[in-house]
Design a protein around this ligand. Sequence first.
Ligand code: OMP
Length: 284
Amino acid sequence: MIIDNLYNEAKGKSPVCLGLDTDESYLPKCISDLGEGVADKIFKFNKDIVDHTKDIVSCYKVQIAYYEALGLEGMKAYAKTMDYIRESGSISIGDIKRGDIAATGEKYATGHFQGDFEADIITVNGYMGEDAISPFYPYLKEKGKGLFVLLRTSNKSAVDLQDVEAGGQKVYLHMGDLIKKWGEGFIGESGFSSIGSVVGLTYPDEFYMLSKTYPNMFFLVPGYGAQGGTGKDLARILKESACAVVNSSRGLITAHKNKTEDTDYAQHIRNAALAMKGDITRWL
Ligand SMILES: O=C(O)c1cc(=O)[nH]c(=O)n1[C@@H]1O[C@H](COP(=O)(O)O)[C@@H](O)[C@H]1O
Protein backbone atom coordinates (compact mmCIF):
# COMPACT_ATOMS: atom_id res chain seq x y z
CA MET A 1 0.00 0.00 0.00
CA ILE A 2 1.20 3.52 -0.75
CA ILE A 3 0.98 4.49 2.91
CA ASP A 4 3.45 1.73 3.82
CA ASN A 5 5.85 3.05 1.16
CA LEU A 6 5.48 6.58 2.50
CA TYR A 7 6.00 5.40 6.08
CA ASN A 8 9.16 3.55 5.01
CA GLU A 9 10.48 6.54 3.05
CA ALA A 10 9.82 8.83 6.04
CA LYS A 11 11.68 6.46 8.36
CA GLY A 12 14.49 5.64 5.94
CA LYS A 13 15.18 9.10 4.46
CA SER A 14 13.41 11.76 6.54
CA PRO A 15 9.88 13.02 7.25
CA VAL A 16 10.59 15.98 4.93
CA CYS A 17 7.98 16.48 2.20
CA LEU A 18 9.35 18.98 -0.30
CA GLY A 19 6.67 21.28 -1.68
CA LEU A 20 7.01 22.15 -5.35
CA ASP A 21 4.80 25.25 -5.18
CA THR A 22 6.87 26.69 -8.00
CA ASP A 23 6.30 30.34 -8.79
CA GLU A 24 8.06 31.85 -11.80
CA SER A 25 9.68 34.44 -9.52
CA TYR A 26 11.61 31.65 -7.73
CA LEU A 27 13.53 30.68 -10.85
CA PRO A 28 17.22 31.61 -10.75
CA LYS A 29 18.58 33.73 -13.60
CA CYS A 30 20.37 30.75 -15.13
CA ILE A 31 16.92 29.31 -15.86
CA SER A 32 14.76 32.40 -16.34
CA ASP A 33 17.17 33.67 -19.03
CA LEU A 34 16.80 30.52 -21.11
CA GLY A 35 14.95 31.13 -24.37
CA GLU A 36 12.26 28.56 -23.58
CA GLY A 37 8.60 28.67 -22.63
CA VAL A 38 7.56 28.96 -19.00
CA ALA A 39 6.53 25.27 -18.78
CA ASP A 40 10.01 24.10 -19.75
CA LYS A 41 11.68 26.50 -17.32
CA ILE A 42 9.51 25.45 -14.40
CA PHE A 43 9.96 21.79 -15.22
CA LYS A 44 13.72 22.23 -15.45
CA PHE A 45 13.76 23.84 -11.97
CA ASN A 46 11.57 21.09 -10.47
CA LYS A 47 13.58 18.31 -12.12
CA ASP A 48 16.84 19.72 -10.81
CA ILE A 49 15.37 19.94 -7.29
CA VAL A 50 14.17 16.32 -7.45
CA ASP A 51 17.59 15.18 -8.69
CA HIS A 52 19.30 16.99 -5.80
CA THR A 53 16.95 15.90 -3.00
CA LYS A 54 15.41 12.50 -3.76
CA ASP A 55 17.87 10.72 -1.45
CA ILE A 56 16.94 12.87 1.57
CA VAL A 57 13.18 13.56 1.33
CA SER A 58 10.28 11.14 1.66
CA CYS A 59 8.00 12.70 -0.96
CA TYR A 60 7.12 15.71 -3.09
CA LYS A 61 3.89 17.69 -2.82
CA VAL A 62 3.00 19.59 -5.96
CA GLN A 63 0.48 22.38 -5.36
CA ILE A 64 -1.59 22.50 -8.54
CA ALA A 65 -2.73 26.13 -8.17
CA TYR A 66 0.75 27.37 -9.10
CA TYR A 67 0.47 25.49 -12.38
CA GLU A 68 -3.21 26.21 -13.10
CA ALA A 69 -2.46 29.91 -12.77
CA LEU A 70 -0.21 29.64 -15.83
CA GLY A 71 -2.90 28.04 -17.98
CA LEU A 72 -2.14 25.25 -20.44
CA GLU A 73 1.61 25.83 -20.25
CA GLY A 74 1.51 25.49 -16.47
CA MET A 75 -0.46 22.27 -16.65
CA LYS A 76 2.15 20.84 -19.01
CA ALA A 77 4.77 21.62 -16.37
CA TYR A 78 2.56 19.96 -13.71
CA ALA A 79 2.14 16.80 -15.82
CA LYS A 80 5.86 16.57 -16.58
CA THR A 81 6.74 17.13 -12.92
CA MET A 82 4.38 14.37 -11.70
CA ASP A 83 5.78 12.06 -14.35
CA TYR A 84 9.38 12.83 -13.40
CA ILE A 85 8.77 12.25 -9.69
CA ARG A 86 7.38 8.80 -10.54
CA GLU A 87 10.26 8.07 -12.93
CA SER A 88 12.70 8.98 -10.13
CA GLY A 89 11.13 6.38 -7.86
CA SER A 90 9.79 9.00 -5.44
CA ILE A 91 6.30 9.45 -4.03
CA SER A 92 4.13 12.27 -5.42
CA ILE A 93 1.36 14.08 -3.62
CA GLY A 94 -0.95 16.04 -5.92
CA ASP A 95 -2.10 18.90 -3.70
CA ILE A 96 -5.41 19.46 -5.49
CA LYS A 97 -7.81 19.78 -2.52
CA ARG A 98 -10.73 18.49 -4.58
CA GLY A 99 -13.99 17.33 -3.14
CA ASP A 100 -17.20 16.94 -5.11
CA ILE A 101 -19.82 14.28 -5.14
CA ALA A 102 -20.78 11.23 -7.17
CA ALA A 103 -20.14 11.43 -10.94
CA THR A 104 -18.06 14.62 -10.59
CA GLY A 105 -15.95 13.02 -7.87
CA GLU A 106 -15.35 10.05 -10.17
CA LYS A 107 -14.00 12.44 -12.81
CA TYR A 108 -11.58 13.97 -10.27
CA ALA A 109 -10.43 10.45 -9.38
CA THR A 110 -9.89 9.57 -13.04
CA GLY A 111 -8.14 12.87 -13.71
CA HIS A 112 -5.67 12.60 -10.83
CA PHE A 113 -5.15 8.86 -10.29
CA GLN A 114 -4.45 8.04 -13.93
CA GLY A 115 -3.49 9.80 -17.14
CA ASP A 116 -1.47 13.00 -17.52
CA PHE A 117 -1.82 14.23 -13.93
CA GLU A 118 -1.43 10.90 -12.11
CA ALA A 119 -0.35 11.23 -8.46
CA ASP A 120 0.32 8.55 -5.84
CA ILE A 121 -1.66 10.46 -3.22
CA ILE A 122 -3.93 13.49 -3.49
CA THR A 123 -5.29 15.99 -0.99
CA VAL A 124 -9.08 16.16 -0.76
CA ASN A 125 -11.69 18.14 1.10
CA GLY A 126 -14.16 15.88 2.92
CA TYR A 127 -16.35 18.59 4.41
CA MET A 128 -19.10 17.58 1.87
CA GLY A 129 -19.15 14.15 3.53
CA GLU A 130 -18.31 10.63 2.37
CA ASP A 131 -19.91 11.19 -1.06
CA ALA A 132 -16.89 13.40 -1.83
CA ILE A 133 -14.44 10.70 -0.70
CA SER A 134 -15.98 7.39 -1.86
CA PRO A 135 -15.41 8.07 -5.60
CA PHE A 136 -11.69 7.61 -4.84
CA TYR A 137 -12.08 4.21 -3.09
CA PRO A 138 -11.77 2.06 -6.27
CA TYR A 139 -8.38 3.66 -6.97
CA LEU A 140 -7.23 3.02 -3.40
CA LYS A 141 -8.26 -0.63 -3.71
CA GLU A 142 -7.22 -1.38 -7.28
CA LYS A 143 -4.31 0.99 -7.92
CA GLY A 144 -2.89 1.34 -4.40
CA LYS A 145 -3.47 5.11 -4.29
CA GLY A 146 -3.90 7.26 -1.18
CA LEU A 147 -5.71 10.32 0.16
CA PHE A 148 -4.94 13.06 2.64
CA VAL A 149 -8.23 14.54 3.81
CA LEU A 150 -8.27 18.07 5.29
CA LEU A 151 -8.77 17.78 9.05
CA ARG A 152 -7.23 20.67 10.98
CA THR A 153 -5.79 23.12 8.46
CA SER A 154 -2.83 25.41 9.19
CA ASN A 155 -4.44 28.77 8.41
CA LYS A 156 -5.54 31.30 11.06
CA SER A 157 -9.24 31.28 10.18
CA ALA A 158 -9.36 27.46 10.36
CA VAL A 159 -10.82 27.95 13.85
CA ASP A 160 -13.86 29.86 12.54
CA LEU A 161 -15.47 26.63 11.40
CA GLN A 162 -13.26 23.78 12.57
CA ASP A 163 -13.39 24.79 16.26
CA VAL A 164 -17.14 25.30 16.42
CA GLU A 165 -18.82 22.97 18.92
CA ALA A 166 -21.57 20.82 17.48
CA GLY A 167 -23.24 18.07 19.51
CA GLY A 168 -20.69 18.52 22.31
CA GLN A 169 -17.74 18.01 19.98
CA LYS A 170 -15.60 20.36 17.91
CA VAL A 171 -16.24 20.12 14.17
CA TYR A 172 -12.67 19.05 13.38
CA LEU A 173 -12.86 16.19 15.87
CA HIS A 174 -16.05 15.05 14.21
CA MET A 175 -14.18 15.20 10.90
CA GLY A 176 -11.37 13.18 12.50
CA ASP A 177 -13.85 10.47 13.50
CA LEU A 178 -15.19 10.38 9.94
CA ILE A 179 -11.72 10.14 8.38
CA LYS A 180 -10.89 7.33 10.80
CA LYS A 181 -14.06 5.47 9.76
CA TRP A 182 -13.47 6.04 6.02
CA GLY A 183 -9.91 4.74 6.39
CA GLU A 184 -10.71 1.53 8.26
CA GLY A 185 -10.79 -0.61 5.10
CA PHE A 186 -7.41 0.61 3.88
CA ILE A 187 -4.97 -0.11 6.73
CA GLY A 188 -1.56 -1.35 5.59
CA GLU A 189 1.25 -3.37 7.16
CA SER A 190 2.64 -0.25 8.83
CA GLY A 191 -0.61 0.02 10.80
CA PHE A 192 -1.55 3.23 8.98
CA SER A 193 -4.45 3.80 6.62
CA SER A 194 -4.09 4.96 3.03
CA ILE A 195 -6.71 7.54 3.98
CA GLY A 196 -4.73 9.96 6.11
CA SER A 197 -5.33 13.56 7.03
CA VAL A 198 -3.89 17.07 6.81
CA VAL A 199 -3.11 18.76 10.11
CA GLY A 200 -1.22 22.05 10.33
CA LEU A 201 1.91 22.34 12.46
CA THR A 202 0.68 25.79 13.40
CA TYR A 203 -1.56 24.04 15.96
CA PRO A 204 0.95 21.67 17.64
CA ASP A 205 -1.17 20.87 20.70
CA GLU A 206 -4.12 19.85 18.56
CA PHE A 207 -1.79 17.80 16.37
CA TYR A 208 -0.42 15.95 19.41
CA MET A 209 -3.92 15.19 20.62
CA LEU A 210 -5.02 14.01 17.15
CA SER A 211 -2.00 11.72 16.83
CA LYS A 212 -2.98 10.08 20.12
CA THR A 213 -6.69 9.89 19.29
CA TYR A 214 -6.15 8.29 15.87
CA PRO A 215 -3.18 5.88 16.07
CA ASN A 216 -3.91 4.41 12.59
CA MET A 217 -3.97 7.82 10.92
CA PHE A 218 -0.98 9.10 8.97
CA PHE A 219 -0.63 12.87 8.73
CA LEU A 220 0.49 15.31 6.06
CA VAL A 221 1.68 18.28 8.08
CA PRO A 222 2.06 21.69 6.41
CA GLY A 223 3.06 24.81 8.29
CA TYR A 224 6.77 24.20 8.89
CA GLY A 225 9.15 27.08 8.17
CA ALA A 226 7.40 29.91 6.31
CA GLN A 227 4.26 29.50 8.48
CA GLY A 228 6.19 29.25 11.76
CA GLY A 229 6.19 25.53 12.66
CA THR A 230 9.44 24.08 14.06
CA GLY A 231 11.17 20.73 14.53
CA LYS A 232 10.66 21.02 18.28
CA ASP A 233 6.89 21.28 17.74
CA LEU A 234 7.03 17.93 15.96
CA ALA A 235 9.38 16.17 18.33
CA ARG A 236 6.94 14.97 20.96
CA ILE A 237 4.66 13.55 18.26
CA LEU A 238 7.28 11.82 16.11
CA LYS A 239 9.08 10.50 19.19
CA GLU A 240 6.03 8.44 20.02
CA SER A 241 4.98 7.48 16.49
CA ALA A 242 6.52 7.99 13.03
CA CYS A 243 3.07 9.05 11.90
CA ALA A 244 3.73 12.04 9.64
CA VAL A 245 5.48 13.72 6.77
CA VAL A 246 6.13 17.42 7.15
CA ASN A 247 5.85 19.78 4.22
CA SER A 248 7.83 22.89 3.51
CA SER A 249 7.45 24.69 0.20
CA ARG A 250 8.68 28.30 0.13
CA GLY A 251 11.14 27.59 2.96
CA LEU A 252 12.97 25.13 0.71
CA ILE A 253 12.47 26.12 -2.91
CA THR A 254 13.44 29.76 -2.36
CA ALA A 255 16.55 28.88 -0.30
CA HIS A 256 18.83 30.07 -3.12
CA LYS A 257 17.23 33.54 -3.30
CA ASN A 258 19.70 36.39 -2.64
CA LYS A 259 22.51 33.82 -2.60
CA THR A 260 22.96 32.69 -6.17
CA GLU A 261 21.42 33.02 -9.61
CA ASP A 262 23.68 30.32 -10.99
CA THR A 263 23.43 26.55 -11.42
CA ASP A 264 24.48 25.91 -7.83
CA TYR A 265 20.97 27.01 -6.74
CA ALA A 266 19.87 23.37 -6.36
CA GLN A 267 22.67 22.77 -3.86
CA HIS A 268 21.24 25.61 -1.70
CA ILE A 269 17.83 23.93 -1.85
CA ARG A 270 19.38 20.58 -0.92
CA ASN A 271 21.19 22.24 2.00
CA ALA A 272 17.90 23.75 3.20
CA ALA A 273 16.22 20.32 3.02
CA LEU A 274 19.13 18.82 4.97
CA ALA A 275 18.84 21.57 7.58
CA MET A 276 15.10 20.87 7.91
CA LYS A 277 15.80 17.15 8.27
CA GLY A 278 18.38 17.97 10.95
CA ASP A 279 15.98 20.31 12.75
CA ILE A 280 13.35 17.58 12.90
CA THR A 281 15.54 14.59 13.68
CA ARG A 282 17.79 16.18 16.32
CA TRP A 283 14.89 16.19 18.77
CA LEU A 284 14.06 12.52 18.26
O1 OMP B 1 -3.10 20.66 2.08
C1 OMP B 1 -2.07 21.32 2.27
O2 OMP B 1 -1.00 20.92 1.83
C2 OMP B 1 -2.15 22.51 3.11
C3 OMP B 1 -3.09 22.49 4.11
C4 OMP B 1 -3.04 23.47 5.10
O3 OMP B 1 -3.78 23.40 6.07
N1 OMP B 1 -2.13 24.47 5.01
C5 OMP B 1 -1.22 24.54 3.98
O4 OMP B 1 -0.39 25.47 3.97
N2 OMP B 1 -1.27 23.60 2.97
C6 OMP B 1 -0.37 23.69 1.81
O5 OMP B 1 0.98 23.52 2.26
C7 OMP B 1 1.87 24.36 1.53
C8 OMP B 1 2.55 25.31 2.50
O6 OMP B 1 3.51 26.07 1.84
P1 OMP B 1 4.64 26.91 2.63
O7 OMP B 1 3.92 27.73 3.65
O8 OMP B 1 5.28 27.72 1.53
O9 OMP B 1 5.57 25.91 3.25
C9 OMP B 1 1.02 25.04 0.47
O10 OMP B 1 1.06 24.22 -0.69
C10 OMP B 1 -0.38 25.01 1.04
O11 OMP B 1 -1.37 24.98 0.05
